[in-house]
Design a protein around this ligand. Structure first.
Ligand code: FAD
Length: 416
């Protein structure tokens, strides 16, 4: 007698959050034959990926209010872009090589790169729980290179360097290699729009979920005074919002503690139109802890914009971002006197005050433990966890969000 064919059962899944993680998860679940609904609190998809024209009606002025750079190893993101016919184009500058200015002692980017390379093997051998400042103090005490490397890491991880492991030096981002940096033509949000378009009316905007409770019959999701029942739920919301979400039963202590060990980054961006063309560039303000760049778009022309990014709570305080763009524009004018800034067209983008983000992104810290990644993404009954913070070494990145979404969809499918 023939064995009956094994079929996966169709599962009713509610995905909470239409960022890259939630959308990638829903897209894969739909293609595997499951019944999906995506609840999104905002009136748009993309979450911390948000692209817009700085000058409305001028497509060459697309800026990223959140995630911008497509770095090496972004295989899933490249695959998505190919699938949706979106171009990921070189930016003409390297995210990794930034000319250091405003240092206590003048130093070139080549000298910083040489110092950083000399630390690689030492960092590899060091205990990951050793903090970056302790490591730099031991190997580059008081040097200008140490000052630049610490500023560089604090900005990119959007956190104070005391929280960071010396292993951040091993990351491509901190290794100051001139690797190619790319951006998505028309904006990264194009990927979110394309995924959402495929999901159609399965995506519900302006639909903030307020609770997920386990009942005798499965899971009940509360949204806008009503409820939806599901066999499985995917929590694809940012880490700080997950910690306070009304989940019953609640998050076990082991998960909460592992989540507490993650770095919570604070970051902001400023985009300023330019009155005269400029060459591509990447400049780091070491003392004020921000960097800025001019870059090409898919047409190979340099966008008429200077983009700035600042990371860590202390840096944002120093730039007074809660009071508007004034102090940052002053600092930028002093840093880049060669640029013809048009400050009246500037766009400041902050995330700590965004109720559906409340921070910028997460990262592994000096106090992270080896098994934290698995603990953080482990499902709780039929409640699953996606999002950049569940992506281990890919945490904090668009690629991590996408990978986490696909991993979660496969997890649900294999259980069905
Ligand atoms: P999100 O994009 O935050 O999606 C979560 C979604 O959940 C949001 O849409 C939110 O509105 C929704 N939500 C929250 N609560 C609820 C609720 N109760 N009910 C329903 N919906 C809810 N990454 C890179 O790779 N390269 C970069 O250059 C880069 N630069 C960055 C710069 C900045 C300033 C910031 C802020 C981020 C940057 N990132 C970068 C990180 C990147 O944006 C994130 O890692 C990624 O977008 C996170 O995706 P996500 O799906 O995990 O979360």
């Amino acid at each position: 007698m023939r064995e009956p064919a094994l079929h996966n059962q169709c599962v009713r899944v509610i995905v909470i959050g239409a960022g890259f993680a939630g959308l990638a998860c829903a897209d894969r679940l739909m293609s595997l034959g499951h019944e999906v609904t995506v609840l999104e609190a905002r009136d748009r998809v993309g979450g911390r990926v948000w692209s817009q024209e700085l000058i409305p009606g001028q497509p060459d002025t697309i800026v990223e209010r959140g995630a911008e750079f497509v770095l090496s190893g972004y295989d899933v993101m490249h695959e998505m872009a190919r699938r949706f016919d979106l171009q990921i184009a070189p930016s003409g500058m390297s995210y990794n090589v930034r000319e250091p200015r405003n240092t206590s002692v003048p130093i070139t980017s080549d000298e910083v790169a040489t110092a950083a390379r000399s630390l690689r093997a030492l960092a590899e051998a060091a205990d990951p729980q050793m903090t970056l400042p302790a490591f730099l103090g031991e190997h580059l005490r008081g040097s200008a290179a140490a000052e630049v490397i610490a500023a560089r890491a604090a900005i990119s991880w959007a956190a104070s360097e005391e929280q960071l492991s010396c292993h951040v030096l091993l990351d491509a981002v901190a290794s100051v290699q001139p690797m190619v940096t790319a951006r998505t033509s028309g904006g990264n949000q194009g990927i979110a729009h394309a995924l959402s378009c495929g999901l159609g009316d399965r995506v519900r905007l302006r639909a903030p979920a307020s609770a997920v409770h386990t009942t005798d019959h499965g899971l009940r999701v509360h949204v806008l005074g009503a409820h939806l029942d599901a066999d499985a739920v995917v929590m694809a919301i940012p880490l700080p919002l997950l910690e306070t979400f009304d989940l019953q039963p609640g998050l076990p202590d082991i998960k909460r503690v592992a989540m507490t060990r993650m770095v919570r980054g604070n970051a902001a961006k400023l985009h300023v139109p330019l009155g005269a063309p400029a060459p591509t560039s990447a400049v780091l303000d070491v003392a004020r802890r921000f960097w800025c760049w001019t870059a090409t778009d898919a047409s190979d022309r340099v966008q008429p914009i200077v983009h700035c990014f600042s990371g860590s709570a202390a840096a944002l305080d120093g730039l007074e971002v809660t009071r508007g763009d004034g102090a940052w524009l002053d600092a930028l004018t002093r840093l880049r006197p060669e640029l013809d800034l048009l400050p009246e067209g500037a766009l400041l983008s902050t995330w700590d005050d965004d109720p559906w983000a409340t921070f910028a992104y997460s990262g592994l810290s000096a106090s992270s433990h080896p098994g934290d990644e698995e603990i953080i993404h482990a499902p709780l009954g039929d409640v699953h966890f996606a999002g950049e913070h569940t992506a281990g070494e890919w945490s904090g990145l668009m690629e991590g969000a996408l990978r986490s979404g696909l991993r979660t969809a496969d997890e649900i499918h294999s259980r069905s």
